[in-house]
Design a protein around this ligand. Sequence first.
Ligand code: BES
Ligand code: MN
Ligand code: ZN
Length: 455
Amino acid sequence: MSEALQNATDQPTTPIRLVGTARFDDWRNALEPRARAWVDAAGFKGKPGQYAWLPDTDGQPATVVVGSDERDGLATLGGLPYTLPPGLYRIEDPVSDLQLLGWALGAYRFERYRNNGREAARLVVAESARLAALTELDMAITLVRDLINTPAADMLPSHLAAEAMQLAEVHGATCEVTVGEALLDRNLNTIHAVGRAAHDEPRLIDISWGDPAHPGIVLIGKGVCFDSGGLDIKPSSAMRTMKKDMGGAAHVLGLAHLIMAERLPVHLRVLIPAVENAINGNAFRPGDVLATYQGLTVEIDNTDAEGRLVLCDALALAVESNPALIVDFATLTGAARTAVGTEIAAMFSNDDALAEAIYRAGVAQDDPVWRLPLHEPYAAMLDSKIADLANASSSPYAGAITAALFLARFVGTCPWVHFDIMAFNTRARPGRPEGGEAMGVRAVHAYLRERFPPP
Ligand code: BES
Ligand code: MN
Ligand code: ZN
């Protein structure tokens, strides 16, 4: 964790003032002439990303004035940890929790393999309850990012299971893992088929937490630790980023951390099919037919459409306990990225009110999600000549929708939300460093907190 936010201290802190472009002229004109000269010399105009020092009566730099975007989001303070000189700061103007979170998230760097050699500026948050809530969010997002950024060789199914075990232990949850051939004994055939060619065996991670009398929530995350495409091998450029194909798993572990840390009154279950989609003599093949856990048969049209295969058995398992809500996160399709780009989570749901509420929570949390339709007529694109359905569409269009429709076949009428996410920032923005990223986690967390308020 970054520890960029800290509690009240006796150490000296540098005050920060926020000034946006709208207020800039009035603010500048009210400055005493010497301070005005410092501001002008720095070229400060109140634009986001700008800052300037203001002198005290001895002419020493004393206060930092920072350009404000005048929005309530991660970006307002998210660039400051690595823009301001390292040190300890306090903010003199009112700021929101979201803006403070931006500072924490902007201080993140992935330092497993090297130290990035620059200390983040730190900020005092004097209200301890506020700091505690922000710290949990920071820890959850940091976990998501670290899991995604870790290369496949160090984040294989066995490593992912160890991470899940550790999280469960911290929160007093149970965690059962079904490994390798044992998947076949339980009829979890798709998870086994996708992962069986890999040296690190496929497995299903199953975390349970909370009072069984509370409403059941099942979180499901795609845990493809590396996606080579299988026998339908990906070209190098497409394979290059596929360590992040367990991003959905990382997302549900981060979300589970928040639910358990805040003790939301729910009965939580986390299901992660963890596999590597590898190539070997025993790999599953195009044209093979798999019997799913639910009973439907699936003809493999493309071994690179593996995410929906591992998810379908997890979904069928989730539905058995008739939960109040199923939420899945998956780096499922390139087509979702074509539709909404890399920075918005594509959302699908069989429940309009649920989708609307999560959309609104996403707007409020600066965690954008956008709904795409489960357009039933497109389900015909998944027809197979020899099995109940095919795992890939016969059409090059609407790939995110046909993938979601595939999943929908295994969900039935249980309230369900599916997120097709990038899980990775392809460029750095304030509060959102390049690399692994949580997308939709804070939206769903805010929705759940509102529906199931903590005690
Ligand atoms: N993990 C990929 C999807 C992906 C690619 C997500 C790039 C984010 C960025 C997934 O397993 C995949 O390969 N999907 C195929 C499906 C196709 C074969 C039907 C795709 O999107 O091309
Ligand atoms: Mn794939
Ligand atoms: Zn994949």
